[in-house]
Design a protein around this ligand. Structure first.
Ligand SMILES: Nc1ncnc2c1ncn2[C@@H]1O[C@H](COP(=O)(O)OP(=O)(O)OP(=O)(O)O)[C@@H](O)[C@H]1O
Ligand SMILES: [Mg+2]
Length: 208
């Protein structure tokens, strides 16, 4: 089910941006597809998501003015699993142009979002996440969890990839690909890795 939440308060410095960014990250952490729309020309939410607002080609301003599709302006947030429609001070210009508009300015955002059917928006969010390796497809998540478990255990045991390769008989590049979830490991490879890390095979799946 789609739900839209707005964080607004006339008073400054009361935690609107902090709430918006943390809420988006929390919703994403519970596997909800989340789009954060930055509608503040300060662009603090945009910066808070690690995006250089000075380098923006497209954002809320262009979308509101109908100069860009929302899909082309979405940016996946590294490591957080949600997507943002970023902004910068250009939004002030959009506000000025909207102010001089006598009819329809209240519905600009609604309309900017409207042509996007829900499945199209979900598709765009998924594509943006997948492009950054942040996809939540179950199979990819499985590989990522196993890869992360192996890397964490290897580091805990102070082993280099080369040392683990020697112990398992697997190549350094295969191990590196498995750790980075770029390759799915066979059960035999996982067994060799578990044996070399001195754990039982099921423990590799503990986080899955
Ligand atoms: N729950 C909180 N407890 C303590 N400090 C907080 C909390 N939420 C936000 N802050 C701090 O308050 C300050 C203002 O927060 P924030 O920038 O989110 O407010 P804002 O309402 O977005 O401000 P503005 O009106 O300028 O956009 C920041 O320094 C932030 O770290
Ligand atoms: Mg703010």
């Amino acid at each position: 089910m789609k739900r839209v939440m707005a964080i607004a308060n006339q008073k400054g410095g009361v935690g609107k941006t902090t709430t918006a960014v943390n809420l988006a990250a929390s919703l994403a952490a519970t596997r909800r597809r989340t789009l954060l729309i930055d509608l503040d020309p300060q662009g603090n939410a945009t910066m808070g998501c690690g995006i250089d607002k000075a380098q923006l080609q497209r954002g809320t301003c262009e979308v509101l003015l109908g100069e860009a599709d929302i899909q082309s302006a979405l940016v996946p947030v590294e490591g957080a699993g949600f997507t943002i429609l970023p902004t910068n001070q250009d939004l002030v210009a959009a506000e000025v142009r909207l102010l001089t508009m006598t009819v329809g300015r209240e519905t600009k955002l609604q309309n900017a979002l409207k042509p996007v059917r829900e499945d199209e928006l979900v598709g765009a969010v998924n594509r943006a996440l997948a492009a950054k390796g942040l996809s939540l497809l179950p199979e990819e998540e499985l590989h990522r969890n196993i890869g992360t478990a192996i890397r964490d255990l290897r580091k805990k045991r102070a082993l280099t990839l080369k040392q683990l390769a020697k112990r398992t008989g697997l190549s350094v590049s295969l191990l590196s690909q498995i750790e980075r979830a770029e390759s799915s490991a066979s059960v035999t490879s996982l067994y060799k890795i578990a044996h070399a890390l001195k754990i039982r095979l099921p423990e590799l799946f503990a986080r899955v």
